[in-house]
Each structure stands twice: as structure tokens, then as C-alpha cells.
Design a protein around this ligand. Sequence first.
Ligand code: AMP
Length: 176
Amino acid sequence: MNLTERIIQSIRNVPDFPKPGIMFKDITPLLQDVNLSADISKALAKYWSSHGLDVIVGIESRGFIWGNSLAQELGIPFVPVRKKGKLPAETFSYKYDLEYGSAEVEIHKDGIKKGQKVLIHDDLLATGGTAVAAAELVKISGGEVAGFSFLVELGFLNGVERLRNYGAEVHALVSY
Ligand code: AMP
């Protein structure tokens, strides 16, 4: 089995979570398989190693998992993007619309230095709203959005279209 097949086989599909009509892709079984988890980190590092990245930004909370291991593999810093009110030091924040209501995410002001090439990582790309918010925080911080990395992309939601504006590469290990 190749890596894509191993990931698909390990993902747990949970219907109607967190609300009716959503098929939740649960990645926690991947973490229980030590070899698979390590192979994911290595595959991400292999893919992104030639892109001259300076920083990995991971999106709360599942983007922290392989985001940080990718940063370790590449030998570059990891910076978290979190929901409003979680980061303790001075932050930049960005508010965006959800299907119902709005959400706000933050990044530490000293996370990214001007001109740094930043990869944004999360476990899953759905509509793209979360990744766009992270990309806006990178821009506010003075960084350059150099790419978007996901374990899983829900292609039928076409989130990749919303990321096109940034002119950055979008990569997912698995596409549905
Ligand atoms: P979006 O902003 O619509 O691209 O949603 C992406 C964010 O929501 C990511 O942080 C995902 O972890 C989470 N998410 C959205 N849809 C799903 C799903 N079907 N299964 C697991 N996580 C999801």
C-alpha cells in the first residue's frame, strides 16, 4: 500500500459530526499508528524541502500535529495560529465570516519576520475559509505566503479556488 492508501484506510469517517450532514474525517487513528504518523511527516518534508521555506504556520488545533513535526524535519520554526483569546502575548487578529456568525483567529506579533516565506499547514481543507484567515494573518505579519499544505482535501468543496488569490502552491496528501 502506498502512503495515500494507508491514510485513507486509517481515517475514521464519522457521519453527522459535529452536526447533521457533515462527514467528519477523524485523523486521531493516524496518530495511534506510529509508523504511519512518522511516514506522513517524512512525506510532507520531502515534498516541501525544496521550497526555501522559513517558517511553518499551523492552524489550531490539528494543524499543530504534523505542522510542528514538519517544521522539525525541515529545521525551521513553527508558529501557531489560534482562536481568539488563547495566545498570551501581543497578537495580530483577523475576523472572518462563517456559515452562521463569524470567527476570529490570532498570531503572535513576533511569530513571523518581514519577508519570511511561510507555509500554512492544517489537517484538512474544506471550504478554505480557515486557511484564508491564516494567510491574511501571515500577510498582516509581513510574511509571504509560500504554500498551503494539508493532509486531506475535500475537493468537492473547491476550497482551493479561494486560495488561488495568493499565487501559492496547494498540496494535499489525500483528495476526496
Ligand atoms: P474550512 O475553513 O471550511 O476549509 O474548514 C477547515 C477546518 O475545519 C479545518 O481546521 C478542519 O480541521 C475542519 N474541518 C472542516 N470540515 C471537516 C471535516 N469534514 N472533517 C474534519 N475536519 C473538518
